[in-house]
Design a binder for this molecule. Structure first.
Ligand SMILES: Nc1nc2c(ncn2[C@@H]2O[C@H](COP(=O)(O)OP(=O)(O)O)[C@@H](O)[C@H]2O)c(=O)[nH]1
Ligand SMILES: [Mg+2]
Length: 310
């Protein structure tokens, strides 16, 4: 399945709510764009978790372009899509691979965000591109976390570095990069334990892990991905700032976009954070990851709005 189809399927919950509600504004033939209409649109957009600023920007745009006219659904959707695409623009943001030697990717985020699963998905994708992948089980806090990543490594047929429980994660990170260098691996992906952005000791630990990776290989980590859970909506945004500070994040993986009607949170993330969204998670399987493309995201979000009966 191409990105568009997958993201459309993944965005079904968000799209259903958004599209049904917007269609419902147009029961009769056309609708006058007045303050009452704009207020209704504001409520609909806000419910997808786009956030205050993005919602206001979209409502302003509709007002500016269409106020005082009687228009059809299509015209409103076109204005929304164009403005959304503008709001979400980001530089092309694939994973930056190192010029030579292993590319080191560190992955962080809160508990249960989808870090380990996202690592499996990335490993699967990189392996599919013909790269040699090595995983580092840096979540040494829970034995089950090491097991979970080991199961994925076996299933995907990629190597993994593990260490006894309570080993300092910086040590695991260092060893993973060392081994990647020795084995000539193309990509090393290092898992970390979940933590809250408010736990300053654990945030400092991220800085240490980062330092260890850099010590093992100057230039590493080449990517630090923050995994955010789309179902937590706006909460992710406050997490991101702190993680970016402590770990020097280079991009976001937005997991569980398939499980939420709050997919609009991507818009808010793009608006409020300087970080690009690199991938979105669209399910629990190792194939359920797609590189994020804003234009296709917006098209997919509204793909069904004009289709269903009015
Ligand atoms: N539906 C869905 N579930 C996901 C996705 N990513 C992760 N999960 C599930 O979320 C739960 C927590 O994931 P995990 O990777 O263990 O989170 P971690 O604690 O951050 O490592 C697991 O049950 C995963 O299967 C996703 O993109 N979509
Ligand atoms: Mg995990």
């Amino acid at each position: 399945m191409g990105f568009f189809k997958r993201i459309r399927a993944g965005l079904k919950k968000t799209g259903d709510v958004l599209n049904t509600d917007i269609r419902d504004l147009f029961k009769s033939e056309g609708r006058l764009i007045d303050e009452e209409f704009l207020e209704e649109v504001r409520g609909i957009l806000f419910r997808t978790d786009m956030g205050y600023d993005s919602t206001e920007a979209l409502v302003d745009e509709i007002g500016k372009k269409l106020r005082g006219r009687v228009v059809q659904l299509e015209e409103v959707v076109e204005v929304l899509k164009a403005k959304l695409k503008e709001l979400m623009q980001q530089p092309e943001a694939p994973v930056e691979f190192a010029q030579s030697g292993p590319t080191v990717v560190m992955v962080c985020g809160v508990n249960g965000a989808g870090k380990t699963t996202s690592i499996a998905k990335l490993a699967s994708q990189f392996k599919g591109e013909g790269r040699r992948v090595l995983l580092g089980a840096g979540d040494t806090f829970r034995a089950a976390a090491v097991e979970q990543l080991t199961v994925w490594a076996d299933r995907l047929g990629v190597g993994i570095i593990t260490a006894p429980p309570k080993t300092h994660p910086a040590t695991v990170g260092y060893q993973t990069v060392e081994r990647a260098l020795a084995e000539g691996a193309d990509v090393a992906i290092v898992d970390t334990a979940g933590r809250l952005q408010t736990q300053s000791d654990l945030m400092a630990e991220l800085t240490k892990i980062r330092g260890a990776l850099n010590k093992a290989l100057p230039g590493a980590p080449h990517e630090v991905l923050l995994v955010l859970d789309a179902t937590t909506g706006q909460n992710g945004i406050s997490q991101a700032t702190k993680f970016a500070e402590a770990a020097g994040c280079t991009g976001i993986v937005l997991a569980k976009l398939d499980g939420t009607a709050k997919g609009g949170v991507v818009v808010s993330i793009r608006q409020q954070l300087g970080l690009p969204v690199k991938y979105v998670g669209l399910g629990e399987g190792h194939d359920d990851l797609a590189p994020f493309k804003p234009d296709e995201f917006v098209d997919a979000l509204f793909a069904d709005v004009l289709k269903a009966p009015a």
